[in-house]
Structures are given as C-alpha cells and as structure tokens.
Ligand binder design. Structure first.
Ligand code: AMP
Ligand code: GLY
Length: 416
C-alpha cells in the first residue's frame, strides 16, 4: 500500500485527501500542514507548505511514494523541482511551468503566440505610460498586477479616476512590491472554471464548475476566495466545452511543451463565455478552491492512479466521472473578507453530510473557527435543485455563532 503526502491545508486539500482515502492503493495519507477536518482522514504534520527543505526531508524520511501539491505558493517555492531532483514522485508543476499562473504577462504571451482567445492587453512598468494607454481605451478597464498578489491584484476601474488610483497603488506606491501591470479590455459574460489533469501534451478534462467570488448574494460586495461552487452548468453547451478543451486548454498544454516548460499537474482555465465565444480570464497552475470540493467527489476512478500516471509521465488509463451534479456552500466568518474574529466553537451534527474544512482548528478538545472561510458543505444529486435543498439543509444544521453563507449559490443554474 502506498504512502502519500498532500501539501496544503484548506478545503481543496481536504477534498484531495478525501478522494485519496477512497483509493484502493493508498494505505497512509499525510498532510502538511492540514487542518482539523483533514486530521480526521490523514496524519497532519506541522510543516509549512512553502518550507521546501523540511517537506523534502520529511518525504525522504517517511519513504513517501507520491506527493500531491495543493497551493500555488508551494509550486512557486520550488517543491516540485526539489522533489524531482531527489528522485521523488510528485504531482504538480515546476517553478518554470507555474509561470502560467504566477506571471500574467507570461500567460498572455503564451496565449498570443499559440492563438488562444483572451482580452486584448498591454503590459507596463511605467505609471505615466500605463495611464496614457488606459485613457485612450474604453471603460471599465481591467488592471492586473503582474505577480502573485493573493487574489488582490485585479482592479476593475469604472473610470479614469479609479484607474489612476489603482495604477498609482501598483506602480508608484509599490504596495504590491516592484512589478508590472497588465491592462486589458473588459469582457462580459458568465464565468466558469475548467480544470484538467495535464501531463505535457496529454490533457484529461474534469467536469466544469462555477465559483462565486463576491461575498454577498446577487454577486455583490468585495471579492473573496470563493463562497460556493457547483457543477452541471446549463449555460455551457457541449460545443463551448469542446472549444474550451481543444481551442484553449490543449493549445496551452502544447504551447508549454514547445516552450520547454511542460505542465505536469492541474491546469485551471478561468474562462468566460462572451458574446464572441469562450475566452480566457486567467490560468491557474493548480486545483481551484472551492471548485475542487465539488469536482473531485464526482470522480469514480482511483485518483492515486491518475496522480501517479501524471507524476510518472505515463498515460492515464482510466478516468470516469459520475453524471451527478454537486453543489457546495462555504460557511465563512462574519466580517470576511474584511476583519473577522477566530476561535468560535462549531458543532456539526451526526448525520450523513460531506463537509470540507477550510479554516478550522481544535482548541481544548473542541472544533473552532480559525480562518475567513471556515468550511464547505457539499451535496450531490442527479438534479441541481435537489442538491441545493440538501446542501442548505446541511448548512442550517451546522451550529456556530459566527458564520454566514451566501443563500444563492448556483443561481445562474436556475436562471438559465
Ligand atoms: P483574475 O485574478 O484574473 O481571475 O481576476 C479576478 C476576477 O476579475 C475574475 O474572476 C473576473 O471576474 C474579473 N476579471 C478579470 N479580468 C477580467 C476581464 N478582462 N474582463 C472582465 N472581468 C475580468
Ligand atoms: N476559485 C478560484 C481559484 O481557485 O483561484
């Protein structure tokens, strides 16, 4: 039986650990650093997800057969490169391939070179040049700080005044660190997430999902890490999906091979269905969160086999997905994504429900909140309305004084 190490400690990693725990080949799962929910299914080890040396030493000492990486920070820190140099099997991209997420300019150049549709853009280092370009373009303008900015790097400026403020912030005041800004045209349409397992030019699609980034119902309020997600998107036709797979994800995978930095993990396309066809908003070099929590429960094949095949450079033999749909609702700390308090006790009833922990901890033997996004309830059914009813019933059964959630997850599925 195999020993697996999962790196990360959020809901995404809990869903990965949960999928691995269904594998017939896995005997022992470790998670670094994990969380209180993951600890029920894996042995958590207190190593930071970017501490490459400590992670490598642990994997060598424990004789880990396969390591699976959740967060982009671990990829960008070079975990994959270090593990491979030490002869270890690892699922995730090298630092060089991770640029498809870490550098927006790199991603734009790849898309331009390989004919992948995305918003027109220009990239700037100089504030005055950026401002001059923006003033000659239609509003709203999209300004993206180039570099990993923990989701805070995108500003949609309604007018020149807002654009000026954002550009000053990004290029003059240096509050993000020294960098560049990508200015791009504003696109409109429903967004969706398309994740694929990618091994060089081999691309294996997962079911489509939709995230809900804004904190309040009706897609209002500030952006968050994601307040809920579902699968089974009625507004995406099979033709759209085919185009996204062959005209977007496959082209990028082939482009990355040609550029000498092949992908060997998950490629996540953040896509938009515009009036003009499906276009790319962004790429991530990892599983999405919270999309993973609604996608992986639908996997009927053994996930260890998939991770191992990609990590070994051999074709994935078996990839079967359930035709059910899933829906997940995030319970977040009141105040999130702004200031919030931690340490509130959580009571979860004994009943058949699937909960992925995102920010929980154990304190004096009790489960407590320890993050902005705390947990996610997930339900599945052949019918999205049934999944919705079941998941909100679960949400209402969780007892905690400091949690809130959105009540309209999957609203686009019901409006379609
Ligand atoms: P990103 O970090 O690139 O995914 O951007 C965060 C969010 O900003 C996206 O999920 C979109 O909702 C929005 N966004 C980014 N780029 C554009 C664009 N070109 N047009 C419209 N909205 C965008
Ligand atoms: N759900 C968006 C992300 O994982 O970046």
């Amino acid at each position: 039986m195999k020993k697996v190490l999962v790196i990360g400690g959020g809901g995404r990693e809990h869903a990965i650990v949960d999928a691995l725990s269904r594998s017939a080949r896995v005997g022992k799962i470790y998670c670094a650093p994990g969380n209180a929910g993951i600890a029920q299914q894996a042995e958590c080890v207190p190593i930071k997800d970017t501490d490459v040396d400590a992670l490598l030493a642990f994997a060598l000492r424990e004789g880990i057969d396969l390591t699976v990486i959740g967060p982009e920070a671990s990829l960008a820190a070079g975990v994959v490169d270090a593990f491979r140099s030490a002869g270890l099997k690892v699922f995730g991209h090298t630092v060089s391939a991770t640029r498809i997420e870490g550098s927006k300019e790199f991603a734009k150049r790849i898309m331009e070179k390989y004919g992948v549709p995305t918003a027109a853009y220009r990239s700037f280092e100089d504030y005055s040049e950026a401002l001059e370009y923006v003033s000659g373009r239609p509003f709203p303008a999209v300004l993206k700080y180039d570099g990993l900015a923990a989701g805070k790097g995108v500003v949609i400026a309604a007018d020149l005044k807002e654009a000026d403020e954002a550009l000053r912030d990004m290029l003059v005041d240096g509050s993000f660190g020294k960098g560049r800004v990508v200015v791009e045209d504003y696109l409109e349409g429903p967004e969706f997430s398309f994740m694929c397992f990618v091994d060089g030019a081999r691309v294996y699609p997962m079911p489509l999902a939709q995230d809900h980034k804004r904190v309040f119902d009706g897609d209002r309020g500030p952006n968050t890490g994601g307040m809920g997600a579902y699968t089974g998107l009625p507004f995406i036709t099979e033709e759209d999906r085919r185009f996204a797979l062959d005209g977007i994800l496959r082209k990028v995978a082939e482009g990355m091979v040609a550029e000498g930095c092949p992908l060997t993990g998950v490629l996540y396309g953040g896509l938009m269905k515009t009036a003009d066809g499906v276009k790319v908003i962004e790429f991530n070099a990892r599983f999405g969160d919270p999309e993973t929590e609604v996608v992986l429960p639908l996997l009927e094949s053994d996930i260890y086999d998939i991770f191992e095949a990609v990590a070994s450079g051999t074709p994935v033999a078996d990839l079967v997905w359930s035709s059910d749909v899933t829906m997940g609702v995030v319970l977040a700390s009141k105040g999130y994504p702004g200031h919030y308090e931690k340490g509130f006790p959580i009571e979860i009833p004994e009943r058949n429900m699937k909960i992925y922990h995102m920010g929980t901890a154990m304190k004096d033997g009790r489960l407590v909140t320890s993050g902005g996004r705390v947990m996610m309830c997930v339900q599945r059914s052949s019918d999205i309305a049934e999944a919705r009813e079941a998941v909100y019933s679960d949400v209402d059964a969780v007892r905690c004084d400091n949690l809130f959630c959105r009540r309209d997850i999957a609203h686009q599925a019901f409006e379609a």
